[in-house]
Write a protein that binds this ligand. Structure first.
Ligand SMILES: NC(=O)c1ccc[n+]([C@@H]2O[C@H](COP(=O)([O-])OP(=O)(O)OC[C@H]3O[C@@H](n4cnc5c(N)ncnc54)[C@H](OP(=O)(O)O)[C@@H]3O)[C@@H](O)[C@H]2O)c1
Length: 250
């Protein structure tokens, strides 16, 4: 029997690619996000006339009060749950001297608080079940506070710490918590940006990212960069002293 999987943020990009690959691999998947049409078209491709394994469910992660009910609904649709991916995220463009609290709150609400509101009931459920996997899609951007988008960095650093704490809490209950830190991935989020097309740090497709993420999860890793070369970048940028980092335009 295939796995039972919930993907939050399944309507595009990395979450969509994970959901599609899991459907192809025989899993049953509840697809959560706000864009109903996108979810329905992914589900349509995933469902054959013989069996229904893809279930779209409209959900806004910033409606915190509805998160637990939505999770319970997804579990009852699937008749249980083995893995939960949290891939929802936003990264609005922030110009050099822009301090925009509206955009900043949106990033915190989706990327960090949305994850907390949804994954708390998941953690509680998996603790009782004594099994399960939680996968959070964070970012290389959480490694340091950079000039470009201070609150995107903050939301991902917060998400890293939350996932690490969940991992430590849940390790006694046989529950895996994996933090994924992608580098450049070609998705709707990065559409307007000029991403490297060549070289070691070239941008990869959402499908390539999803393939790597699913292998990392199957291997039971605590955290991993995607692709792996970003681990070296993280090591370097974490070790640049503040007085130099301040002067860099990264
Ligand atoms: N692309 C990159 O280079 C890159 C690099 C590092 C990390 N990441 C992270 O990877 C994750 C996936 O992003 P992506 O690159 O695949 O971008 P994407 O194609 O824009 O996907 C973002 C997903 O988040 C969902 N989402 C946004 N706001 C939501 C809300 N209020 N409620 C529910 N879902 C919401 C979107 O669904 P709806 O709009 O339908 O709600 C969509 O499914 C994000 O956490 C992002 O920060 C991306």
């Amino acid at each position: 029997m295939g796995k039972k999987i919930i993907v939050v943020g399944a309507s595009s990009g990395i979450g969509k690619a994970i959901a599609e690959q899991e459907l192809n691999a025989g899993s049953s998947v509840v697809l959560l996000a706000r864009r109903e049409k996108s979810l329905e078209s992914i589900a349509k491709k995933g469902n054959t006339s013989k069996e229904k394994r893809a279930f779209p469910l409209v959900f806004d992660v910033t409606k915190f009060a509805t998160a637990e009910k939505t999770f319970q609904k997804a579990v009852s649709i699937l008749g249980g749950v083995d893995e939960v991916y949290f891939a929802s995220g936003v990264m609005p463009e922030i110009s050099k001297e822009e301090y925009n609290t509206g955009k900043d709150l949106e990033m915190l609400n989706v990327n960090l608080l949305g994850a907390v509101a949804f994954l708390n009931p998941v953690a509680s459920f998996f603790t009782k079940q004594k099994s399960g996997k939680i996968i959070g899609i964070s970012s290389i951007a959480g490694e340091r506070g950079r000039k470009g988008n201070p609150v995107y960095n903050t939301s991902k650093a917060g998400l890293n710490t939350y996932l690490e704490a969940l991992r430590n809490r849940l390790s006694e209950s046989n529950v895996q918590v994996t933090t994924i830190k992608p580098g450049f991935v070609k998705t709707d989020m990065t559409k307007g940006l000029t991403l490297p097309e060549k070289g070691l740090l070239k941008a990869i497709t959402a499908e390539e990212a999803a393939e790597k993420i699913r292998v990392i999860v199957a291997n039971g890793k605590d955290e991993a960069f995607v692709p792996g070369i970003w681990a070296l970048v993280a090591l370097i940028i974490r070790n640049i002293p503040n007085f130099i980092f301040k002067k860099l335009s990264i």
